[in-house]
Write a protein that binds this ligand. Structure first.
Ligand SMILES: NC(=O)c1ccc[n+]([C@@H]2O[C@H](COP(=O)([O-])OP(=O)(O)OC[C@H]3O[C@@H](n4cnc5c(N)ncnc54)[C@H](O)[C@@H]3O)[C@@H](O)[C@H]2O)c1
Length: 358
């Protein structure tokens, strides 16, 4: 029996709708396997700005720091989109990742056989795709200093800084090798070493770490050709590890392979077992409040939470099998349905998974 304290951060837009289904799945797993899970909900993003003026209130961060794991929906929306605003919902996301020391973002991209036809890429190219992205999350351009704007000779100049230390690279590349071991034993390290100094360091450290995992093959790929190979030969990848911004862009590109953003989960991990789990999609303001969002990205994130933070591998697999079985049985929200297929609601999709959890 496992006791765990879980924090829910529903956030904005469809966040609360999909997190509700994730919670239902966790409750079913707990009831079936005799675990004691307690849940508390806290504010983040636009909802937190409205209530407190801060996208990550101190109470939310404190609750997350004492939790075993955190399940997040999404943040943001047109209400808070003014580019001149001093506080923005996305600042809450960056702050929580940094506040919890979560430096590795795991994004598995798998294509369910019965959904290969919904991808805009030819089915024969995407069928069988199974890639695990590991994106460095707390370094690089999004955090480097200086970050400034200044007037120079009558023009406005803006500066962002791309920096990495060898240790920041080492810890995330090591995780990639560890996770590749039980998979197909291939790590693709993505960089821009022909141009960037930070990428040359990245490559050196990747080789140094790779030498300590003789059973796993390391290959290097430049980010631009990686973007092409993801479309032309996605099955040729196993684990991809890369820096923050390259990972941000490539993972969104790869999400297209699966047919819908709504299907894909993520986990953000640091040194300990505590992690932050969230679907990769945003708050989808265009469909928020309609009860039609796809909750499977959140539910698959719940499976990752069970595996990586609670150490419950059997339960994680039970959730993944229930999702596979629901899809195989034809359960489709609007975003994943082919023309003419029956479409079900967020709640019905949650129920279709819950009833299949053994
Ligand atoms: N991690 C996050 O919280 C996160 C990530 C990306 C974007 N955002 C924010 O979300 C807001 C909207 O951004 P966007 O429109 O670029 O991206 P988005 O992911 O919210 O939506 C893109 C498209 O995908 C659809 N979609 C997304 N999730 C879906 C789901 N679960 N089921 C069905 N359809 C789904 C949406 O309806 C929309 O058409 C912005 O404020 C953005 O900053 C937040």
């Amino acid at each position: 029996m496992k006791k765990a304290n879980l924090v829910l951060l529903p956030g904005d837009g469809i966040g609360p709708e999909v997190v509700a289904e994730g919670r239902r799945v966790l409750e079913k797993v707990a009831a079936r396997h005799g675990h004691e899970l307690t849940f508390t909900s806290h504010l983040i993003g636009g909802a937190a700005i409205d209530a407190t003026g801060d996208p990550l209130p101190a109470a939310t961060l404190a609750a997350c720091k004492s939790a075993d794991a955190v399940l997040l929906g999404a943040v943001g929306g047109p209400k808070w989109d003014d580019p001149r605003a001093k506080v923005r919902p996305e600042q809450g996301l960056l702050a929580i990742r940094q506040g919890l020391g979560l430096y590795a973002n795991l994004r598995p991209v798998r294509v369910h056989p019965s959904l290969a036809g919904t991808s805009p890429i030819k089915p024969e190219r995407v069928e069988g795709v199974d890639i695990l992205f590991i994106r460095e999350l707390t370094g690089g351009l999004y955090f480097g200093k200086p970050r400034l704007r200044q007037k120079v000779d009558g023009h406005t100049r803006a500066v962002d800084t791309l920096e990495y230390t060898d240790e920041e690279i080492r810890r995330v590349v090591r995780l990639a090798f560890q996770l590749a071991g039980p998979r197909r034993k291939l790590v693709t390290s993505v960089d821009k070493a022909n141009v960037l100094e930070s990428s040359r360091l990245w490559r050196e450290v990747a080789m140094e770490v790779g030498a300590t995992f003789p059973g796993v093959k390391l290959e290097h790929q430049l980010v631009d050709s990686c973007a092409m190979r993801l479309i032309t030969a996605p099955k040729s990848f196993d684990v991809i590890v890369t820096e923050n911004m390259f990972g941000d862009i490539l993972t969104d590109e790869a999400s297209v392979l699966a047919g819908s953003l709504g299907l894909l989960p993520s986990a953000s991990l640091g040194d300990g077992p505590r992690g932050l789990y969230e679907p990769i999609h945003g708050s989808a303001p265009d469909i928020a409040g309609k009860g039609i969002a796809n909750p499977l990205g959140t539910i698959m994130s719940v499976a990752m939470l069970l595996r990586h933070s609670l150490g419950l591998e059997d339960e994680a697999r039970a959730v993944e099998s229930a999702v596979d079985a629901a899809i195989t049985a034809g359960a489709r929200t609007g975003d994943m349905a082919a023309t003419g297929e029956k479409v079900i609601s967020t709640r019905e999709m949650g129920a279709a998974v819950v009833e299949r959890i053994p």
